[in-house]
Ligand binder design. Structure first.
Ligand SMILES: [Zn+2]
Ligand SMILES: [Zn+2]
Ligand SMILES: [Zn+2]
Length: 332
């Protein structure tokens, strides 16, 4: 059982299969062109996106022109925008609706059209993690923003509609239910034990060691005990911190080392699977400093949620987290 949310997972040991490392000859090496003249996110096509809200450039250059190393633009197809009033309408007991107010941005992670994020040099991963923080710090100033979701969909089965590496940041006017659930669980645990449940989790993973995938002095990557799907991987700081945006430069660098390792292990070990990753951090206006602990969750899409999962909210995981962790530890 997930000690934070109370969700149950059934680990189906008899169905568990160990993955086979793809043989080197079949390994997907990033192939394809660095540049696609048809792509909205490639150099030279900056005019096809809404004007950029943020970019890193090695040399000074005009906004919305080539030369950037990372670029953030509003999402053209967003359901949310910061213009417009936010209000919650109560249309009776069971019908609440809220007019969408918030914002959605796309982080174009690199100018290279086909380079998989897992193969980025570490400094580019660092830039990406830093961009999340900087956009967070900007977006959280809007008082109507309650939560900022930072996530990536990799591969079309995971919801990525464009192949150029990108991730997304969505500021929402409400706290999403999954975050509410984690907050409530962490708060309850804190009330009972006067300790942070995530700190306790990290401590027990470090003691037990069987589910650890990678670690350095500041961060820990592991396969959680109640993994909902095969190769689910969490990364969290070993020090207590409720908010991702409070990472300092040294910590960001340290996180980049661990995150790069995780992305590479998943890419190489599981043959570039579709995946989603997201950062769970404290809501913008919540005082969750004592009991909440930010973390990243990466979920490879190896199975499809079916009737049992959708109907009960319980998951059947066909991989044993200890074996998944052992396998990923071995990928270098
Ligand atoms: Zn492109
Ligand atoms: Zn903690
Ligand atoms: Zn979480």
């Amino acid at each position: 059982m997930n000690p934070i949310t109370g969700e149950w997972t059934i680990i189906a040991t008899e169905r568990a299969k160990r993955p086979h490392l793809p043989n080197r000859a079949e390994e997907i090496i990033h192939s394809g062109d660095a540049h696609d003249p048809e792509c909205f996110f490639c150099y030279g096509n900056e005019y096809t996106t809404p004007p950029e809200v943020f970019s890193y450039r090695e040399k000074q250059g005009a906004p919305d022109s080539p030369g950037w190393t990372l670029r953030v633009v509003p999402n053209k197809y967003s359901a949310l925008s910061l213009n417009g009033e936010f209000s919650i309408e109560n249309k009776g007991l069971l019908e609440f609706s809220s007019h969408a107010r918030g914002s959605a941005e796309v982080v174009i992670e690199s100018p290279h059209h086909t380079l998989n994020t897992a193969l980025f040099p570490e400094p580019q991963i660092e830039l990406l993690l830093k961009a999340y923080k900087q956009r967070y710090n900007f977006l959280c100033q809007d008082p109507s923003v309650k939560y900022i979701a930072m996530f990536k969909n990799n591969g079309s089965p995971a919801g990525a509609s464009l192949s150029h590496p990108h991730s997304q940041i969505i500021a929402t006017p409400v706290i999403p239910p999954l975050i509410e659930q984690e907050l409530a669980g962490a708060k309850k645990y804190f009330k009972e034990h006067n300790r942070c449940v995530y700190c306790d989790m990290a401590e027990s993973e470090l003691e037990n060691r069987s589910r650890i995938i990678y670690e350095n002095n500041e961060f820990l990557a592991f396969a959680p005990y109640a993994s909902k799907s095969p190769f689910e991987t969490w990364v969290m700081p070993r020090f207590h911190s409720s908010a991702y945006n409070r990472l300092n430069d040294k910590q960001l660098k340290s996180l980049s080392e661990v995150w790069k390792k995780v992305l590479y292990k998943i890419y190489r070990g599981l043959d570039n699977p579709p995946y989603n990753y997201f950062i769970h951090t404290s809501p913008t206006q919540e005082n969750a400093g004592n009991f909440f602990h930010w973390h990243m969750e990466l979920i490879p899409k190896m199975t499809i949620m079916a009737g049992f999962e959708l109907g009960t909210g319980m998951c059947i995981n066909i991989a044993i987290p200890e074996q998944s962790a052992e396998y990923l530890r071995g990928i270098v």
